[in-house]
Write a protein that binds this ligand. Structure first.
Ligand code: HEM
Length: 401
């Protein structure tokens, strides 16, 4: 059976998506994912030109396989970004490397992120950042609630992370702008004919962000913050390369941009559909409502729906013979809590490349969603929306037309 035979074109309302990348923007892709995992956990999808892995067993095999890399063999940096600052930055990211470059930085970075505690101080900073993001979203998009929300869901996580790490408030707006440009350039570099202006903005943003990160680690970050502490620990550790560190500090922001936007936006859509929360009976000051909603989205409507792996050597995976150059779409959203061996949804990935930002992401998103509740906008008008940003891997609810 091929993946295509899973399509059920006869039921118009609940019709299955055509394939696993179209599923990302489908109103309810989860029955399709469950069907894929049950009937064809590993198969070639000719419409995508890729293998598709669904369900925890196939995902664990792919994401743990030595022959599978996070970038095509010999092409860590996309050709369109090479020969420029954005390419140099991209090539140093743990997210984009396997082997020694990954092993040298990932465990250290993970240990540093584990020291980001959601203590009182951090929560106050996150609250301030969310208020600033509300105000700037208003300046950028005006009074219409849906347009403001579409801006806020991307802006708030970047301001929140900046605030938590120790970036001075005066820089949050420009950091957000540069992260947006970098993310846009990364996406553009993957297209058949990338636009030169988007790439140029990306190169400029990479230079600006690397410079900023170097200054934060030098002495520009607020006293007693994560960035200051990380700089101190790096200085006393000969194995930490300063250039790789600045690149990966910038990488924390680009990793946050789309994924956290999805977490905040999908939580807002969930809130809008929850009649009880939308009613006056629910106290807007009650932070537990935002925490629960974010946690439900992490379990049942994950922002990162799939990730890719590239064959670096011939391998037999899930009883299929794969060749170097083959691509696998690993459908993380097909591993809900009810299916995984640990009872935890694989929303943050699994294996050596699993996300080290799970805990900060959840906190930042909860504070962002709480800020929206406190702003007092009537969310019920958004309850019927089913639009998503047109992406093939990240599910981000879209509120304005
Ligand atoms: C809702 C928010 C987020 C989600 C759903 C998410 C999800 C993921 C997933 C699925 C991966 C693995 C990708 C793969 O295996 O191909 C990943 C990697 C990563 N994430 Fe996140 N992430 C989120 C937010 C964050 C935040 C806030 C940070 C940092 C503060 C972060 C830092 C990273 C890094 C550095 C990696 C690369 C790890 C590696 O390649 O070893 N993420 N994330």
């Amino acid at each position: 059976m091929s993946v295509a035979t899973l399509v059920s074109p006869t039921q118009s309302h609940n019709r299955f998506p055509a394939n696993a990348t179209e599923a990302v923007t489908h109103p309810d892709p989860y029955p399709y994912y469950a069907s894929l995992a049950a009937r064809l956990p590993f198969g070639f999808d000719a419409s995508l030109g890729m293998w598709v892995a669904a369900g925890p067993e196939a995902l664990a095999e792919v994401l743990g396989h030595q022959a599978c890399g996070v970038r095509p063999a010999g092409a860590v940096v996309p050709a369109a970004l090479a020969d420029g600052p954005a390419g140099e930055w991209f090539g140093a990211l743990v997210r984009m490397n396997d082997g020694p470059a990954h092993a040298a930085m990932k465990p250290w970075l993970q240990a540093q992120l584990a020291t980001l505690h959601a203590d009182r101080d951090a929560l106050v900073r996150l609250h301030d950042a969310s208020q600033a993001a509300c105000a700037d979203a208003y300046l950028a998009r005006g009074d219409a609630p849906a347009a403001r929300l579409d801006d806020f869901v991307f802006r708030q996580p970047i301001y929140g992370l900046a605030a938590w790490l120790g970036v001075p408030a005066a820089q949050w707006t420009e950091v957000h702008e540069d992260v947006q440009r970098l993310v846009a350039a990364m996406a553009e570099a993957g297209k058949p004919s990338p636009r030169a202006d988007v790439l140029t903005h990306g190169h400029r943003a990479a230079t600006a962000m690397r410079l900023r990160a170097a200054r934060w680690l030098d002495n520009d970050a607020a006293p007693d913050t994560w960035l200051r502490e990380v700089a101190r620990r790096a200085a006393s550790n000969d194995s930490v390369d300063f250039d790789a560190l600045t690149a990966n500090v910038v990488g924390l922001f680009t990793q946050t941009h789309d994924a956290c936007a999805g977490l905040v936006a999908n939580s807002v859509r969930r809130l809008a559909r929850d009649a009880h929360v939308a009613s006056v009976a629910s106290d807007p000051a009650d932070l537990s409502v935002a925490i629960k909603t974010v946690s439900d989205v992490i379990r049942f409507d994950p922002p990162v729906q799939n990730t890719r792996r590239f064959l670096h050597a011939p391998a037999v995976i899930c009883e299929q013979a794969l060749a170097p150059g083959d691509v696998i779409l690993a459908v993380l959203a097909s591993a809900p809590p009810s299916a995984t061996p640990d009872g935890v949804a694989w929303t943050f990935g699994t294996g050596v490349h699993a996300c080290p930002g799970r805990s900060p992401a959840s906190t930042i998103a909860a504070i962002g969603v709480h800020a929206i509740r406190q702003a007092g906008d009537d969310l019920s008008s958004l309850a019927d929306g089913t639009a998503y940003h047109p992406l093939g891997n990240i599910r981000i609810a879209r509120f304005s037309a």
